[in-house]
Design a protein around this ligand. Structure first.
Ligand code: SF4
Length: 479
């Protein structure tokens, strides 16, 4: 396991320096364009969670500032970046498969740049593997020095060997990194980085570092600019948003922050994730109720129903405490849609322990559950625990859990039939181009037919048909 890291602040002029480099690369790319008539291009492959997607949006923003344009075609791209994740199962296999597939491309086009970044690059063994076996990779960098990408890209273009830059500190928040957002009407806003919780199965605190919060004024400034540009929905993002602000000099907690965001003109919907049950406070629940723009949706991972397993997971709450918080939330927001994460087959889990997980699913009635079969993550305490559950048992229990959750989801979805719901329209459905698709405030996907360009608009839709993973509807006359 990697050691605890020292927290230090980054020099505020650092981003200025990166901007100068971005401009220099852009000027070179412009000259190249005048010569060839072709813009330089980039292709980013992103694995993992929303935080990685947010990081990729920053990489895209910086590349566009440098005169590159995005392409879907990795065969012609001048820069290919693989943004890795070490949380999901088989992540290394997938990564090395992807890197291996780029070898011939690099042979044919030696001037192209292949970069690998993201949380897996914070693990020494993964970087060592790239050094030894994948020498066609030009650049490796981690999660803490993403802001240095322009400098690293420029240096790697002049290096013969793989340039590796993993920063051994995590006390960094750099503002004003250019961002190219994938959508205009909604945005993910990182409000904090890292995690202090050290759940025993999780690698995140080792690869993303300790909790550090952005200043509220910076968060608000970013959202105000987005709202002025037509953004209607923001999702406030962090590994544990409920502990936002604990490290700030001026005390502003997450409940205060959502009130500030609620006051921003133009923003119509506020969501947030992920919440840790131990940190969700009465003050936050009251703020959720008071703030009109906060959507009736809460993702609150419970992970396991047995107190013995919760303790072994180092989750720092009991089943009873979890259920009490759920009751409080439901009491003030009766229409709330709840979702959760569940792990099946954590070391030491018996049939009785698993039965307690099922009890929570029955009692709370989550609209959605993200269910995982436990598998070892190198470098975590749980990977060294005795009593690993056998694979057959894990799969049998997992199937039981999925079956139960599907029944609960169906029951809750059925309640929507005939209802008129507000939809923020995401665009034309990928599966059926004659339909629009969007989400309710509670996060349900709804497909419906509509006239004109509705993307980014809030419309009322009457639900006419229920499916397991989406709902169908028609535009309500009430628009
Ligand atoms: S709260 Fe636990 S599961 Fe979530 S990121 Fe932190 S350590 Fe991982």
């Amino acid at each position: 396991m990697m050691s605890e890291r020292k927290v230090t602040a980054v020099d505020p002029t650092e981003m200025e320096r990166q901007r100068v480099i971005m401009q220099r690369i852009k000027e070179n790319n412009d000259i190249d364009y005048q010569r060839s008539g072709n813009n330089k291009s980039f292709h980013i492959i992103t694995f993992g969670c929303q935080q990685n997607n947010a990081d990729s949006e920053r990489l895209k923003g910086m590349l566009m500032h440098m005169g590159y344009e995005e392409t879907d075609n990795r065969n012609t791209a001048d820069v290919i970046i693989i943004n890795t994740c070490c949380v999901r199962e088989n992540a290394e296999l997938k990564l090395f498969g992807n890197i291996g597939a780029l070898k011939n491309l690099k042979k044919d086009r030696p001037d192209m740049v292949i970069a690998v970044c993201g949380c897996m690059m914070e693990q020494e063994h993964a970087v060592e593997a790239i050094k030894k076996k994948y020498r066609h990779v030009d650049l490796v960098f981690g999660t803490h020095n993403l802001y240095k990408f322009p400098e690293l890209l420029e240096r790697s273009m002049n290096e013969k060997y793989t340039l590796i830059d993993i920063m051994n500190t995590d006390g960094i928040i750099v503002e004003d990194i250019p961002i190219k957002r994938d959508e205009k009407h909604k945005a993910w806003i990182t409000i904090m980085y890292g995690c202090n919780n050290f759940c025993s199965y999780c690698i995140v605190p080792y690869v993303r570092g300790r909790e550090r919060s952005r200043k509220p004024e910076d968060v608000v400034k970013e959202i105000e600019a987005l709202a002025a540009d037509g953004c209607k929905e923001v999702t406030l993002l962090g590994q544990n948003v409920n502990s936002y602000g604990k490290d700030l000099d001026n005390p502003v907690d997450f409940a205060d922050l959502i009130r500030l965001v609620n006051n921003i003109d133009g923003i119509e919907r506020i969501r947030f994730m992920t919440s840790h049950p131990k940190d969700i406070s009465d003050k936050l629940i009251t703020a959720m109720k008071d703030c009109r723009k906060v959507c009736e949706q809460l993702h609150l991972p419970f992970q396991a129903g047995s107190n013995k397993i919760l303790k072994a997971m180092n989750r720092k709450y009991t089943k009873e405490e979890y259920l009490e918080k759920i009751q409080k939330v439901k009491a003030v927001m009766p229409d709330i849609s709840l979702s959760t994460d569940v792990i099946v087959g954590f070391p030491g889990e018996t049939d009785e322990d698993f039965e307690e997980t099922l009890e929570i699913i029955r009692e709370v009635e989550f609209d959605q559950a993200f269910m995982f079969i436990y598998s070892k993550r190198k470098g975590t305490p749980a990977s060294e625990m005795d009593l690993q559950v056998n694979e057959d048992q894990k799969h049998k229990n997992f199937d039981k859990l999925v079956k139960l959750q599907n029944e609960v989801s169906k029951k809750l979805n059925d309640l929507y039939l005939g209802k008129i719901v507000e939809i923020l329209v995401d665009g034309v459905s990928k599966k059926d181009s004659s339909k629009y698709t969007g989400r309710t405030r509670t996060g349900k996907v709804v497909n419906f037919s509509g006239e004109g360009d509705l993307t980014g608009k809030l419309v009322n839709v009457k639900i006419t048909e229920i499916h397991s993973w989406f709902l169908n509807g028609e535009m309500s006359t009430n628009n």
